[in-house]
Design a binder for this molecule. Structure first.
Ligand code: UD1
Ligand code: CA
Length: 454
């Protein structure tokens, strides 16, 4: 049977106190609803429908690149009404209802829930809570069969004592929804069309309600405010940290790591506290990352060391490189084996050859450095003339003296030397020395000015 996933995302999220629609708030750097869409994609659903309402335009825009269908719920009249808005687009197989603000649901849990769903079996995900206040309660008959859900606000004292709760996540056939949703009534405490009322309809028709539970209750936790958001973020990060450790990564503190994307590590990678990884980051075997580094969309080769407070984006670093502390590698930085980029150095769109060093206080952009190049402290590639960017080429074994300005386009030959403090605007031939600073004058026994007595 085919599968349609319907993700409810029309609610306002008043308690977030935000102009951003709730489902667009980010968890691990990604809008909550995208986590749900990605999980649904893992189920190989034929179609995924997102029911939008509050901030519909913003949600559509934020998901423009997703392969999803949108259904508009102009007025929020309840979860049953919300699902009904997607009814038209459904196929003839199974339907799974998910929530844009319940981001941590696992694929494995959903697969278990979907297993037995057919014309005679409905799947309902429940969770048993110590403090079930606010949740819909699962009512079971004498045989232990789930036969109804009663919302907290409609529940009697004895029903409220039930601790088994509705997570909201359920699966059924499209036919059943077409049959049951039009029969929902809003005659209840909230004046809403409750999706939960289909459970009693199923039971009445002899459709068996098969319940499943998540491996971890955090999977079915929804987000209503920023505190819950932060709690889910930590839970998610903790799970990532545990997976990394299981794969052989040494984390100084698993509670002080943030991965906002995909982090792939070789064996014996060490990551100190406070690091943030964004996008796709790959760390080779034995890489050491010092405290408080931010690394985005980069590849760092085996045995490289990134010292503390370095910010690396869009870089490809070969093995045994040494970066930082306080280095900033911007997109297009490509470092060969054993290269060094030290403190307060910014690089951008630059190729740094094997064993070459830019150790202190420099800006090197739009350049290519050969092997064994030494760039002295305070060197600047003047790559921008106010209108266009120009390239700097530095040959193998060249030595750039401290505090030099290399005015691009310019090329420094192999084995060439630039004297400290030079402004180099003309090409330097191989093995030559270029010095552009004024000659030093020393005056013997020079009488220093003295303060006048008055
Ligand atoms: C719902 C369930 C309750 C369950 C709880 C779990 C119903 C009637 N009740 O209650 O049994 O224990 O979830 O959290 O289903 N939404 C829309 N359009 C609407 C109404 C809601 O898109 O018209 C979306 C909301 O954005 C939210 C979700 O559906 O993501 C749940 O809605 P909410 O009002 O929070 O349901 P609860 O009252 O918590
Ligand atoms: Ca409600």
């Amino acid at each position: 049977m085919t599968l349609d996933v319907v993700i409810l995302a029309a609610g306002q999220g008043t308690r977030m106190r935000s102009t951003l629609p709730k489902v667009l708030h980010r968890l691990a750097g990604k809008p909550m609803v995208r986590h749900v869409i990605d999980t649904a994609a893992g189920l190989c659903a034929e179609r995924t429908h997102v029911v939008v309402g509050h901030g519909a335009e913003k949600v559509r825009e934020a998901l423009a690149d997703c392969r999803v269908h949108f259904a508009l719920q102009a007025e929020q009249k309840g979860t049953g009404h919300a699902v009904a808005q997607a009814l038209e687009g459904l196929g003839n197989g199974r339907v799974l209802v998910l929530y844009g603000d319940v981001p941590l649901i696992h694929r494995a849990t959903l697969e278990r829930l979907l297993e037995g769903v057919d014309d005679d079996h409905l799947g309902l995900l429940t969770v048993t809570l110590d403090d079930p206040g606010g949740y819909g309660r699962i009512l079971r008959n004498a045989e232990g069969q789930a036969v109804a859900i009663v919302e907290h606000k409609d529940a009697s004292e004895s029903e409220r004592a039930v601790r088994e709760c509705n997570t909201g996540i359920m699966a059924m056939t499209a036919d059943q929804l077409r049959r049951w949703l039009p029969r929902l009534s809003a005659d209840n405490a909230q004046g809403e069309y409750y999706l939960t009322d289909i459970i009693a309809m199923a039971a009445a028709e002899g459709v068996r309600v098969v319940t499943a539970q998540p491996a971890d209750p955090v999977e079915v936790e929804g987000v209503n405010n920023r505190a819950q958001m932060a709690r889910l973020e930590r839970a998610h990060q903790q799970a990532i940290a545990e997976r990394l450790m299981a794969e052989g990564v040494a984390l100084a503190d698993p509670s002080r790591l943030d991965v906002r994307g995909r982090l792939t590590c070789g064996h014996d990678v060490e990551i100190d506290v406070g690091c943030v990884f964004e996008g796709d980051v790959e760390l080779g075997e034995g890489v050491r990352i010092g405290p408080h580094c931010v690394i985005r969309d980069s590849h760092i080769g085996a045995e490289s060391v990134i010292e503390s407070h370095s910010v690396i984006e869009g870089a490809v670093i070969a093995g045994r490189a040494t970066i930082g502390p306080f280095a900033r590698l911007r997109p297009g930085s490509r470092l060969a084996v054993g290269a060094k980029v030290g403190n307060f150095v910014e690089t951008k769109n630059v190729e740094v050859g094997e064993g070459s060093k830019i150790n202190h206080l420099s800006y090197v952009g739009d350049a290519r450095l050969g092997r064994g190049v030494n760039v002295g402290a305070g060197t600047i590639t003047c790559n921008y003339d106010g209108a266009n960017k120009h390239r700097t080429e530095i040959g193998d074994d060249a030595f750039i003296g401290s505090n030099s300005a290399l005015v691009a386009p310019v090329s420094i030959g192999r084995g060439a030397t630039v004297g400290a403090g030079s402004t180099v605007a003309k090409d330097v031939p191989d093995n030559a020395l270029a010095v552009t600073r004024a000659r030093q004058v020393s005056k013997a026994d020079w009488p220093r000015p003295r303060k006048q007595d008055d």
